[in-house]
Write a protein that binds this ligand. Sequence first.
Ligand code: SF4
Ligand code: SF4
Ligand code: SF4
Ligand code: SF4
Length: 168
Amino acid sequence: MLKRREIFSIFTSKNKKEILILPPYNNDRSLFDKICKECNQACKEACKVSSKIYQEGIIWQKDGKPYIDFTTRGCTLCQECAKACEYDVLKVQEEPNWNIKFSIDVLKCLSHQKTMCFTCKDVCQSITGKKNVIAFVGMFYPKIEKDCIGCGFCVSACPTYAITWSER
Ligand code: SF4
Ligand code: SF4
Ligand code: SF4
Ligand code: SF4
């Protein structure tokens, strides 16, 4: 049987070119290509270990490079991946500095099609404690605002896979 992350990639890959989401807490993205191939992927293991209440971490590996998979859950911004990186590709710092930003695909979003749905907003509020990171116009038309911290928890929560991302 297909795992949730495999099903998710089928839905998403049809509609957007693949963007490798890099682990947070990086400042120089060229280092992922220069250094990570030679490393034992300590960030991946640290993410797994930090995910005590989940079954697996969200850092995976492709062509020797670590990447984030938001299919099953989001990033808790725990910084454990940055603490584990011995090569300063990831560094403990205040801001995660994601290489992507999130938005909502209006064609896939139930609420943009006039069916009530607040799932992403509820999840976002439970993570950020803020009401307005995903802003609605009345009951409909949600939009992700600039206060988004990039945690990605809304991605797996959305029933129609409408949360999408692009490079920033
Ligand atoms: S621990 Fe650091 S150097 Fe190693 S794969 Fe992860 S980001 Fe790259
Ligand atoms: S900050 Fe924590 S949850 Fe997020 S990728 Fe790093 S180790 Fe994983
Ligand atoms: S959870 Fe998905 S379908 Fe529901 S309002 Fe948010 S983006 Fe739209
Ligand atoms: S990625 Fe942004 S919009 Fe989605 S739950 Fe996290 S803070 Fe909210």
